[in-house]
Design a protein around this ligand. Structure first.
Ligand code: AMP
Length: 423
């Protein structure tokens, strides 16, 4: 299956081929025909699956065809609402990339910066608007944005929207949309609250699911280190120093934790930067740029700030803390191994996080390779004894019958965890 087979028009095909996209990803293959057929869509997919192009390409194609048929106006015709500034910028960039030969104009608005440049661009007229909820409502209330001509509405990362407390903003935005429209609803997870919200947005819809385990099991090499809370920083420094990895994204559960990791890495001479909600937009953008251009090799992020960050050739993801929500693990490791690339994700698991690990393994339906030999294995937290070390005495078996300890050794040999190794 090619993009041409999906009926994509020439100006978009040209842009896609320049980007090196030869074949649609599974979500694109499934979603594009539904969207070109004017149906609503519920997409159960995480970032990293190619979902941005899955919705951007059909929207661009519809708008381009309307332009060709002289159905033109200066009004906003497509609205994409997404939870974070980083995602908003990324989605807008994708529209620019895929739409560069279509003449369709898009613009992005988000909070945390002055609004003037955004309102100037809006006044000039845009076809597609990408927005975070707070700034969108603000500019609607000030009269800079009018949603009366919206034909396409995309709610992206719906579960994250709810986690971030955007539900009321979303409801206010939906209330201003024309009822005749095509709606697209994307969420990585589908708890009841999300299904309820989707009912308020979607009409007659088709559902497309790209299972998270496809992304994790098939593309990302995963391993877990059992290590005490206190030993984590030493282990991280050890891995970063011995691996010479070009780009490592470290996940911390809290903003405070992210700052602390950066400080401790700095103490050991490793340059890193943190991105999280307490950092200004400028600081976050700068950190991201420095990371992308290679002037820093380590970025430490909280889940919300890192959600959807698109970094080509991200070599390693480190779960410094294991997330208590298993789906978050899938999101995190999806940052590496994007599209067709393969990636590596390692997790640090202390005594208190064993239960989280079990939940994650249940969700992804696989045992994660345990690296139970490393220099900090016996580094004990005060008052915390490793009660559960049954994994050490009884190597777990996987479905192929090889023990995880053997696989660990192979993994370590391949990845050179005990030796200096440049990749
Ligand atoms: P997304 O899930 O939309 O964040 O996309 C993940 C990554 O996959 C981005 O870096 C895209 O540029 C890339 N991508 C999307 N579609 C394709 C495709 N059909 N072929 C190759 N790369 C793609």
């Amino acid at each position: 299956m090619t993009f041409k087979d999906l009926g994509i028009i020439e100006p978009i095909l040209k842009a896609l081929s320049q980007e090196g996209y030869t074949h649609p990803t599974p979500i694109q293959e499934q979603a594009i025909p539904i969207l070109l057929g004017h149906k609503d869509l519920m997409g159960c997919a995480q970032t990293g699956t190619g979902k941005t192009a899955a919705f951007a390409i059909p929207i661009l194609q519809h708008l381009y065809n309307n332009h060709q048929n002289n159905i033109r106006s200066n009004k906003i015709k497509a609205l994409i609402v997404t939870p974070t500034r980083e995602l908003a910028i990324q989605i807008s960039d994708s529209f620019k990339t895929y739409g560069k030969y279509t003449g369709i104009k898009n613009n992005v608005i988000f909070g945390g910066v002055k609004q003037h440049a955004q309102t100037v661009a809006l006044r000039q007229g845009v076809d597609i608007l990408v927005a975070t909820p707070g700034r969108l409502l603000d500019l609607m209330q000030q009269g800079f944005v009018n949603l009366a001509a919206i034909e396409y509405f995309v709610l992206d990362e719906a579960d994250q929207m709810l986690d971030m407390g955007f539900i009321h903003d979303i409801k206010k935005i939906i209330a201003k949309l024309p009822s005749k429209r095509q709606s697209l609803f994307f969420s990585a997870t589908m708890p009841t609250s999300i299904v309820d919200l989707s009912r308020k947005i979607l009409g007659d819809f088709d559902k497309v699911t790209v299972k998270p385990e496809q992304a994790t099991a098939e593309k990302v090499e995963q391993a877990v280190y059992f290590v005490s809370k206190k030993g984590k920083i030493k282990l991280l420094v050890h891995i970063l120093e011995t691996q010479a990895i070009k780009s490592t994204l470290v996940f911390s559960r809290t903003k405070h934790g992210a700052n602390k990791i950066v400080k401790l890495l700095d103490r050991d001479g490793i340059k890193a930067a943190a991105i999280h909600g307490n950092k200004s937009q400028t600081a976050r953008q700068k950190a991201l740029e420095n990371f992308k251009n290679g002037s820093i090799n380590v970025l430490v992020a909280t889940d919300i700030a890192a959600r959807g960050i698109d970094i080509d050739e991200l070599a390693l993801v480190v779960n410094y803390d294991l997330p208590n929500i298993p789906e978050t693990y899938v999101h995190r490791i999806g940052r590496t191994g994007r599209a067709k690339a393969s990636g590596i994700a390692i997790s640090f698991c202390d005594q208190e996080e064993r239960a989280y690990l079990r939940d994650i393994e249940k969700l992804i339906r696989q045992k994660i390779t345990v690296i139970d030999k490393h220099p900090f294995i016996d580094f004990k937290d005060e008052n915390t004894e490793r009660k559960d070390n049954s994994h050490k005495n009884k190597p777990q078996r996987n479905s192929s019958g090889t023990s995880h300890r053997n696989r660990n050794n192979n993994y370590k040999k391949r990845r050179g965890f005990n030796s200096k190794n440049k990749r």
